[in-house]
Design a protein around this ligand. Structure first.
Ligand code: SF4
Length: 436
């Protein structure tokens, strides 16, 4: 766990979902771990239970040792986090909650409801860190700096909060606050609890981790937990533009990032035989990275990557106060999409959700607190408020020409690929609706 959080002043014990800690503590009092498993199974199926007083010990699958309830009450919290505030969008599709951690730090989680022909699919977007070190120039969270990591239990509790609001929550995306691969152990540990059939029982592919490209962890994730989907936040078609938009890209060259994703895909190919394995996220910043030339360059970059098992998710920017970017027009987003589709790439433009509840990552907390930019705190120029990508933006004249129609073969290839999109990945793409 990150060292910047202040646990000395924590008002509650750690989460019972911090499973390694729970197991050690039970060992220390000679209680069989199977009692721990039975307790967690019960809690996973009763997300409405938030205190020890609410636990129906008789309903647990195993008879509980007499000393266990009192011990747990002292050492652990059933729910170490609290919902500090709840914000529902007017159309009812999005609920954003500000989650207070036990040391008083706050993060955001979002519940999104997607109507389908037969039902409503519910996705929970979780945070993995308080703030974020990556400082992407379009992101409200990036202006907060890195304030510490969430524990495995704090991540799982966000999903339990979502389940208490929407019992049918079946998809989880790590696209909230923080770079998940910078908090690797807690994130992978949480994913395992979410996927475990004893506990949250999400299906393989229904959990997606998004990264800006932490090279050394991308391949490792494929080795350690191939049931987890990967989303790559690319956001620019070349190294120079990427660095201008995302300062952290200086430490992770684009070719090395793509090679790492190729290695990740190679590991998962034998296990998952249909549908996209990688979602490429590309935030469209009006006038910065949304020209036809950018789309062509992105097509060049991706055309022969990831064994063809990718989907590009274009995300029209959700404007954030004080940040210097504009939303592209709908026509511009569709023209960008058409160029990629013409190249045979599976590509969708997300639908905006939750803008009336400050839907993008970190926006609500920044609005609430007037969060201090890390550059301001350091006394430097507020770089995040400049318009870094304009300087390297390609000329836009070409964007006025309509894209040529795709060839029949390409149209057919794209239609076939669309038919193969796995449900979980499609939902993950839609889920980015509230992300920045
Ligand atoms: S977009 Fe993601 S990685 Fe970038 S600063 Fe925001 S939270 Fe961090």
């Amino acid at each position: 766990m990150g060292g910047r959080r202040k646990f000395a002043s924590a008002s509650r014990p750690p989460s019972v979902w911090d499973v390694d800690h729970l197991r050690r503590e039970l060992e220390s009092i000679d209680v069989d771990w199977r009692h721990g498993e039975a307790l967690l199974t019960y809690l996973a199926h009763h997300p409405e239970v938030t205190t020890w007083a609410d636990v129906n010990w008789a309903a647990l699958k195993r008879r509980v040792p007499q000393k266990l309830p009192a011990f747990l009450e002292d050492a652990f919290s059933v729910r170490s986090t609290r919902v500090a505030s709840r914000h529902d969008s007017k159309d009812g599709t999005t609920t954003k909650v500000v989650v207070e951690l036990r040391d008083g730090a706050e993060v955001e989680a979002v519940v999104m409801r997607h109507a389908t022909l037969r039902s409503t699919r519910v996705t929970c977007c979780v945070s993995s860190q308080v703030g974020c070190a990556m400082a992407c120039s379009f992101c409200a969270t990036g202006t907060m700096g890195d304030r510490g990591d969430l524990s495995r239990g704090e991540i799982v509790e966000q999903v339990l909060i979502a389940r208490s609001l929407e019992p049918s929550t079946r998809n989880v995306v790590f696209m909230g606050m923080g770079e998940p691969l910078n908090n690797y152990d807690s994130v992978v540990g949480a994913c395992r609890l979410l996927l475990d059939s004893q506990y949250l029982a999400l299906r393989a592919g229904r959990v997606t981790v998004s990264t800006v490209g932490v090279v050394e962890r991308i391949r490792q994730l494929g080795e350690d937990e191939p049931r987890v989907g990967l989303a790559l936040s690319l956001h620019a078609p070349d190294q120079a533009k990427r660095e201008a938009i995302m300062p952290a890209a200086r430490g992770h060259r684009i070719d090395r990032v793509l090679d790492a994703v190729d290695a990740h895909v190679a590991l998962r190919l034998p296990l998952i035989t249909k549908g996209p394995l990688i979602m490429v996220e590309y935030i469209l910043l009006g006038g910065c990275n949304d020209s036809d030339a950018d789309a062509e360059a992105l097509g060049d970059l991706l055309e022969h990557r990831f064994a063809g098992r990718l989907m590009v998710n274009l995300i029209p920017y959700n404007p954030t106060p004080d940040l210097p970017y504009d939303r592209p027009t709908e026509g511009r987003a569709r023209a960008f999409q058409a160029i990629l589709t013409q190249r045979g790439l599976l590509c969708c433009v997300r639908v905006t959700m939750g803008s009336d509840v400050a839907g993008a990552c970190g926006q609500l907390l920044k609005k609430k607190r007037g969060a201090v930019d890390i550059e301001d705190a350091a006394g430097g120029a507020p770089a995040a408020r400049r318009r870094p990508a304009r300087a390297v933006a390609a000329p836009r004249a070409a964007s006025l020409s309509p894209p040529p129609s795709p060839s029949r073969a390409r149209r057919e290839r794209t239609a076939a690929a669309l038919a193969l999109v796995s449900v979980g990945f499609a939902v993950a793409a839609a889920a980015t609706a509230s992300m920045g």
